[in-house]
Design a protein around this ligand. Structure first.
Ligand code: GLC
Length: 747
């Protein structure tokens, strides 16, 4: 295979080689040459004599008929008949939309996440897509950043598991070729895009190499180890150098150290943005810096197409870099089997694409949504509801289909099961009143959404009329279900918020209804942890629904009526106030920790104007059941390199409902060459127990689980004492013990 690809490569002219590194959108291949030249070519700044039939890949064409048409036309007109790659943003579902990734990670069920990715890949395969720009594994500690919705949250271990599960689901686990029903995965955004200063979109990222290696890189590494065929560079600078032009990041670290040998694609226009960053003086410099930094594909700019020929001319090293880049693109096409069948069976499969949005796929989406939803509060066991209860369903999300999140580009909101529809599967219509109660967002927030304003629901009626109708309905009901949330357009890319709370009209509605003294079940739809401190105080029960995807209404109704016992656990801390941000569980002790026994002692790591803990901690989530845990056995208190500390924990379901609990094991390395967090999630087990049942879970702590990035950037374990904390959230770890780790040579 290698020789065949080299032969193809060597038959290409420089222009044809460069073309393979260019990614354009479908409009460059529609209509006659004149319209293309005067239209998209000119708009992008591509040289008029750029031959679109040298192009290597197409961005976000996601319709089978169009893919067939464009590929057929391309193969007819291109010189060497090297098939186009079709790449798209299918992040958490094609037509069957799963919960947003931040929600999925709250399930802590990585088998289910892998299955969801497998279903998404199958639907992409059926439609003819070759590559998806997923998984996004950027660790995020700041909920002001809008793209937290598409991340696995704040924890490195969960990010690693998410990354691996997604790549296996999308791509399969074969070494080289990508099998039937699978497509190529592209892990993103390399690197540390989730840590922009102040949570402001595209902002600079500035962190120590230690922080980068310890917390942010492992997620990408897990995706690479799982075989991800592509990596996408991040928009941001990392310590002053744009990721897309960063040779150390992309060659020394990604290629050499992390052993990535696939295709490195820039993010959208990021090569050209090297100029705006103030890193490249002009397009020629941008081309040179991009190639030198290892960018194989230039997404949607004219930089490579217009500049690379001159840049490499007479420079053997750069010419070799060009050849290496083109080879990797050809290798990806070969791994996808495109040289054998540029349509990957699409032509024969067209009429058979009945798997898209199939009942089986929807069932999987509903099940994952049920496991992703987090029960935050349930005073006096108000939930689950009885089927005889008269419900007033109030709020902008009562019958809202726009609950798919910002990266569901092929999702059709008409497919969505909304909350009202879900509830009516459990009760008669006479038991349920439904009204909007308030505007979704205030007018000033609408303007801020720019081009998305037209996608927002049109508000009819005055706010006062909406409120009066809600008050009337609430008075006539036994229980009020308040379906509230930020608009999906207030999160996602470009969705940074300085005050990530529920929109003001909805808070006003909540306060007014609270005056009625009715029991309030509040359901929050959001793409991030919102500041819910007041909402929590006003609610009797509180459910974090995230954006639950196509089957969200059925999933929520099943939880509200106890058909499903909620089991979600937060993958990200919920702050009490925006001033606490960033607040996360695996923080360092500091020399003056804010210890409970010190009360409000001033000279400690604390605020004087806020409760010094989050509203809801990482790993937290309630169930309708209660679970008791006890430590059954710990195999040893002294551990050598080749040994393990084996632990058994007994778990009892002491509640009335069958249910699943996630037993979390955290550790603290008491003293090390680099200070270690007060707690690091090291492992977890999920156990399903019937009411009254007792079971056990086992853990085994091995030397590799003690490793961290030491003071010389070496990933290693160090001898010393370790505290172990086991429980059902990062703050609720009643089972504790300690052990010492000694290297064999020390004994
Ligand atoms: C966007 C996103 C990236 C996406 C790409 C292609 O700006 O940053 O995640 O895959 O462009 O649409």
């Amino acid at each position: 295979m290698h020789n065949k690809l080299l032969e193809k490569l060597n038959n290409l002219t420089v222009e044809e080689k460069i073309g393979q590194l260019v990614q354009l959108t479908g409009d460059f291949f529609e209509g006659d040459l004149d319209t293309v030249v005067t239209g998209p070519l000119k708009k992008l700044g591509l040289h008029p004599n750029y031959n679109v039939y040298n192009t290597g890949s197409i961005l976000n064409v996601t319709d089978a008929d169009k893919i067939i048409r464009l590929q057929t036309d391309y193969l007819e007109k291109s010189n060497h008949k090297i098939p186009l790659l079709f790449m798209a943003d299918i992040i958490y579902g094609f037509r069957t939309i799963f919960p947003i990734p931040l929600a999925q990670t709250c399930s802590w069920n990585f088998e289910a996440i892998e299955q969801a990715a497998s279903i998404s890949a199958r639907e992409c395969y059926d439609e003819g897509i070759h590559v998806t720009f997923s998984p996004m594994v950027d660790v995020v500690r700041d909920p002001r950043w809008g793209r937290v919705m598409e991340s696995p949250g704040e924890d490195t271990l969960l990010a690693k598991k998410y990354a691996e599960s997604m790549v296996y689901g999308i791509q399969g686990q074969e070494a080289e070729s990508i099998p039937t029903d699978k497509i190529a995965a592209c892990v993103k955004h390399f690197a540390a895009y989730g840590a922009p200063i102040a949570g402001r979109e595209y902002n600079a990222v500035d962190m120590s190499e230690h922080m980068l290696r310890e917390y942010y890189l492992p997620g990408y590494q897990a995706a690479i180890d799982a075989g991800a065929k592509l990596v996408m560079t991040a928009f941001n600078t990392l310590n002053g150098i744009p990721a897309t032009g960063n040779e150390w990041l992309n060659r020394d670290l990604l290629r050499e150290e992390m052993k990535f040998d696939g295709v490195l694609i820039s993010d959208y226009a990021a090569v050209e943005e090297l100029i705006m960053h103030g890193y490249a003086e002009n397009a020629t410099e941008a081309a040179k810096l991009g190639l030198a930094a290892g960018i194989d594909i230039d997404m949607k700019t004219a930089v490579y197409a217009n500049q690379l020929k001159n840049v490499i001319s007479g420079n053997e090293h750069l010419e070799q870099l060009l050849n290496d880049a083109v080879y990797r693109v050809l290798k990806l096409k070969s791994d996808l089997g495109l040289f054998e069948d540029p349509f990957r069976g699409l032509k024969t499969r067209q009429e058979q694409a009945t798997r898209i949005l199939s009942d089986a796929h929807k069932k999987a989406a509903q099940s994952l949504a049920e496991e992703s939803i987090v029960l935050l509060k349930n005073e006096k066991n108000l939930l689950p509801l009885s089927k005889q209860t008269k419900i007033a369903l109030i709020g902008p999300y009562s019958e809202e289909n726009s609950t798919l999140g910002m990266w569901a580009i092929k999702g059709d909101e008409a497919d969505t099961v909304n909350l009202k529809t879900g509830l009516l599967k459990h009760m008669g219509a006479e038991q349920l009143s439904v009204c909007r109660g308030s505007y979704l967002i205030p007018d000033h927030a609408r303007e801020a959404l720019g081009k998305y304003v037209d996608k927002l629901p049109v508000e009819t009626g005055s706010e006062e009329a909406l409120l009066q109708e809600a008050i009337q309905n609430a008075k006539e009901a036994d229980v009020v279900i308040l379906a509230l949330g930020e608009s999906i357009y207030q999160s996602g890319e470009g969705g940074s918020r300085t005050n990530p709370t529920l929109p003001e009209p909805q808070l006003k509605l909540l306060r007014e209804l609270k005056q009625l003294g009715k029991q309030l079940v509040v359901i929050v739809y959001s793409g991030r942890p919102l500041i819910l401190t007041e909402v929590t105080e006003q609610s009797d029960a509180l459910i974090q629904a995230w954006y639950p995807g196509t089957m969200g209404g059925d999933a929520l109704a099943n939880i509200l009526y106890g058909v499903v016992n909620p089991s979600g656990k937060l993958a990200m801390t919920f702050p009490r106030s925006v001033g606490q941000i960033p607040v996360y569980y695996n923080e360092l002790s500091t020399g003056r920790p804010d210890l409970p026994e010190n009360g409000s002692y001033r000279f400690a790591t604390r605020y004087i104007d806020e409760v010094n803990k989050p509203l809801y901690p990482f790993g937290y989530g309630k169930s309708y059941s209660t679970f008791d845990c006890s430590l059954v056995s710990v195999s040893r208190e002294e551990m050598g390199t080749e040994e393990s500390v084996d632990i058994e924990v007994s778990v009892s379901n002491t509640g009335k409902f069958d249910g699943k609990e996630t037993i979390q094991l955290y550790m603290r390395d008491r003293f090390a060459s680099v200070t270690r967090p007060v707690k690091m999630l090291t492992d977890f087990r999920q156990i399903f127990l019937q009411s009254g049942e007792t079971g056990t879970v086992q853990f085994s702590i091995r030397e590799e689980m003690l490793r961290f990035v030491g003071s010389h950037m070496k990933y290693q374990s160090e001898p010393g004492d370790f505290d172990v904390y086991i429980g059902t959230s990062s703050q609720d770890t009643p089972l504790t013990f300690s052990f010492s780790f000694h290297r064999e040579e020390q004994l």
